[in-house]
Design a protein around this ligand. Structure first.
Ligand code: TYM
Length: 344
């Protein structure tokens, strides 16, 4: 037996750790689903997965408290409805696990003001809410880094818009490790080939977002099938009539990306199938395919929301486990920076 074989036998390879989160600021959009959440359920067989509802992040923008509470539980139910199984993955609500806020403070002392100033999400959100450019919005990436580093995540499945936050997480982890030794696993982003950036149906040069004021700009994954079809029929495209993927055809490119992500058809197949048929037919087909694809999610969600006790039991158990796992990292960090052991 070679030396490497012997080591492999003595030490079974640890399953890679996957972690991701989503804000409970509304019903998930088709963008959230195709860019992130759909992949989460698919990864739980091969990895050690942790998924959570990022409600601490949500208050960086003013929220109605009663609505936020209700949406947090509904988002947790949606997570399960999209295929995340609480028996296989660690699932929890961020505010239930105090280690996130605690590590975030430590990491903020290892982050430079200049780095945070360069974050595009901070620049976009402060431009959108000039009346409330709060410090939480600015230090948002530190909390996100804490979420990831507490669980020693190897991979973080996110849409393309989160890439910059992953890069700063890596920089913070590396900086901390350089000072204190190997404390954190430096995570990699995991961005899907298809669906990483689903665009608005009303303005295909903008990302689809659940906070868009125009209801026709996004598809919520709980929209009724007729609403979904209607929204796709109204989708902004161009003045040509050819279903082809080409630079400058943002609207059609987006619809082709969505259709391909839900049907598995390649762009060549789509182009061939819709040759000479015009946009009307294509939009109808995309709408119907999406509505059908989301049917099980809607059904699962309706069922889960009827059993709040089950949901509560799942997220309570999740929070306890998450606290136990994340406390190991926090204790190490506290020791490294010179704090005595946390007392709970
Ligand atoms: P959030 O709630 O904005 O979005 C959740 C996930 O959906 C992806 N996404 C999209 N993907 C494709 N096309 C779109 N139009 C689209 N819109 C959103 C996002 O990339 C994301 O993966 N900061 C995070 C939540 C978070 C987090 C974390 C994520 C907090 N802590 C730790 C990973 C790890 C956010 O606001 O996601």
């Amino acid at each position: 037996m070679s030396e490497t074989e012997q080591t492999a036998q003595a030490k079974p390879e640890r399953k890679k750790v996957i972690l991701s989160g989503i804000q409970p600021t509304g019903v998930f959009t088709l963008g959230n689903y195709l860019g992130a959440v759909r992949n989460w359920g698919q990864m739980q067989e091969d990895y050690n997965c942790a998924y959570f509802i990022a409600n601490l992040h949500a208050i960086t923008v003013r929220q109605d408290p009663a609505k936020l509470r209700q949406q947090t539980v509904a988002s947790y139910a949606l997570l399960l409805a999209c295929g995340v199984d609480p028996q296989k993955s660690l699932t929890f609500i961020q505010s239930h696990v105090p280690t996130h806020a605690e590590l975030s403070w430590v990491l903020s002392c290892y982050t430079q003001f200049g780095e945070l100033s360069r974050m595009t999400q901070f620049k976009d959100k402060s431009a959108k809410h000039p009346e409330n450019v709060n410090v939480g919005l600015f230090t948002y990436p530190d909390l996100m880094a804490a979420d990831i580093l507490l669980y020693q995540a190897d991979l973080v499945p996110v849409g393309a818009d989160q890439k910059q936050h992953l890069e700063i997480t890596r920089d913070i982890a590396t900086r901390f490790n350089n000072v204190h030794g190997n404390v954190f696993t430096v995570p990699e982003p995991y961005i899907p080939k298809l669906g990483a950036r689903i665009m608005s149906l009303a303005d295909p040069t903008k990302k689809m977002s659940k906070s868009d004021e125009n209801q026709n700009a996004f598809v919520s994954i709980l929209d009724a099938p007729e609403t979904i079809v209607k929204k796709f029929k109204r989708a902004v495209t161009d003045s040509e009539a050819e279903v082809v993927y080409r630079e400058g055809k943002d609207g059609i490119n987006n619809l082709m990306g969505i259709y391909s992500a839900v049907t598995g058809d390649s762009f060549e197949t789509i182009q061939r199938d819709f040759a000479g048929r015009g946009y009307g037919d294509f939009k109808q087909a995309v709408g119907e395919a999406v509505a059908e694809h989301l049917r099980p999610v809607r059904e699962n969600f309706d069922r889960l929301m009827k059993d709040k006790a089950y949901l509560e039991q799942c997220y309570t158990e999740g929070a306890k486990k998450a606290l136990a796992i994340s406390s190991r990292t926090l204790e190490k960090v506290y020791h490294k920076v010179g704090f005595t052991k946390p007392i709970r």
